[in-house]
Design a protein around this ligand. Structure first.
Ligand SMILES: C[S@@+](CC[C@H](N)C(=O)[O-])C[C@H]1O[C@@H](n2cnc3c(N)ncnc32)[C@H](O)[C@@H]1O
Length: 318
């Protein structure tokens, strides 16, 4: 056995303890979002450093029971992960907190969107029940952890629960609108496309933004599960079509997929080509745009980046 007192062994023990307690990080994040802390600090852009007590005064003005010490523990935890900045008042010793650039992604914008809903969506009870079963996906990969925990696949389950469906759509809008702004700033691959289908398009935000930037796209088809498109808002130039992408996909000149790609595509040649779904339609799709989180790293390389290393969203229990 190695010498337990070496610096390397000490560092390894510290690291594994940190990993073992890592759940405190997303749970703290979820807690501050549920409490509404980012919006309370932001207050129309002031982002002035506030103590935990001052934040609570804004959040729960009439509560005498609310505990600033516990809130401060959450704030300090998330400060160490770059969500807040801590400011120490040298006279009073008070600690105050403002939002970092990371924290600002949680602030509700003029359209009512932010990444906060994505945080909430990823910590719903149903998903949380599935996480402790992830090891079973190794032992028996035939049933997803989500199914084991909740009795049916995630999207079937969401489809029956309007509030979860709504949360999912809002979460995706909050993530996808700023994401698409970044993509469309530097991507011209939709030129020449007249009819475009977004597979798994949720509320249709991506198509709306693509059509706005590329008037040559005369018809956008937002294709998603029937329960999802039933809630989608009317968007000029966009037709919402309900269906199952594993059965068929509406015909178009090009298809677009974002964050819905797990099993559908494989990388081939210089682009990403439709693999085995859309039965009967394979030859029809000549242009493909497939985007996922790593695109943010480099827009010019976007459509070939496929390295999810160290990216936690690559692992979900469904
Ligand atoms: C993570 S969301 C991505 C939404 C959107 N593309 C975006 O990036 O904002 C995945 C989407 O795929 C849809 N989806 C899942 N299974 C599907 C299926 N079998 N057929 C059609 N759409 C499906 C979901 O309803 C959901 O809207």
């Amino acid at each position: 056995m190695e010498d337990e007192s070496t610096e390397t062994r000490n560092q390894a023990r510290i690291k594994i303890l940190e990993l073992a307690n890592m759940i405190s990080v997303p749970m703290s994040l979820n807690a501050v979002v549920r409490l509404g802390v980012p919006d309370a600090i932001w207050q129309s852009g002031s982002n002035s450093p506030l103590s935990a007590s001052q934040i609570l005064t804004r959040l729960l003005p009439s509560s005498s029971a609310a505990d600033p010490d516990n809130l401060q523990r959450l704030l300090r935890m998330l400060t160490s992960y770059g969500v807040f900045s801590e400011h120490l008042d040298c006279c009073s010793g008070d600690r105050k907190y403002s939002l970092t650039d990371v924290g600002k992604t949680l602030v509700t914008d003029a359209d009512g969107l932010s990444y906060a809903t994505y945080v909430l969506q990823h910590h719903q009870d149903e998903l949380m029940r599935a996480w402790p079963l992830v090891h079973e996906a190794v032992v028996d990969p035939t049933t997803e952890p989500f199914v084991k925990a909740n009795g049916e696949p995630a999207y079937d389950y969401y489809g029956k629960k309007p509030e979860m469906n709504g949360l999912m759509q809002k979460a995706m809008s909050g993530v996808s609108v700023p994401f698409m702004k970044a993509i469309l700033d530097g991507y011209d691959g939709f030129e020449g496309v007249k009819r475009l289908v977004d597979v798994g398009g949720s509320a249709g935000d991506c198509l709306r933004m693509i059509l706005h930037k590329f008037p040559n796209v005369q018809e956008g088809i937002n294709f998603d599960l029937p329960e999802v498109v039933a809630r989608a808002p009317r968007i000029p130039g966009v037709k919402h079509v309900g269906g199952d992408m594993f059965k068929s996909i509406p015909k178009a000149d090009a298809i677009f997929m974002k964050s819905a790609t797990e099993t559908l595509f494989l990388v081939s040649g210089s682009g990403l080509r439709l693999c085995s779904y859309a039965p009967g339609n394979e030859a029809h799709f000549s242009v493909l745009a497939l985007v996922d989180f790593p695109v943010l790293c480099s827009q010019s390389e976007a459509l070939l980046v496929n390295d999810l290393k160290n990216f936690s969203a690559d692992l979900l229990p469904f």
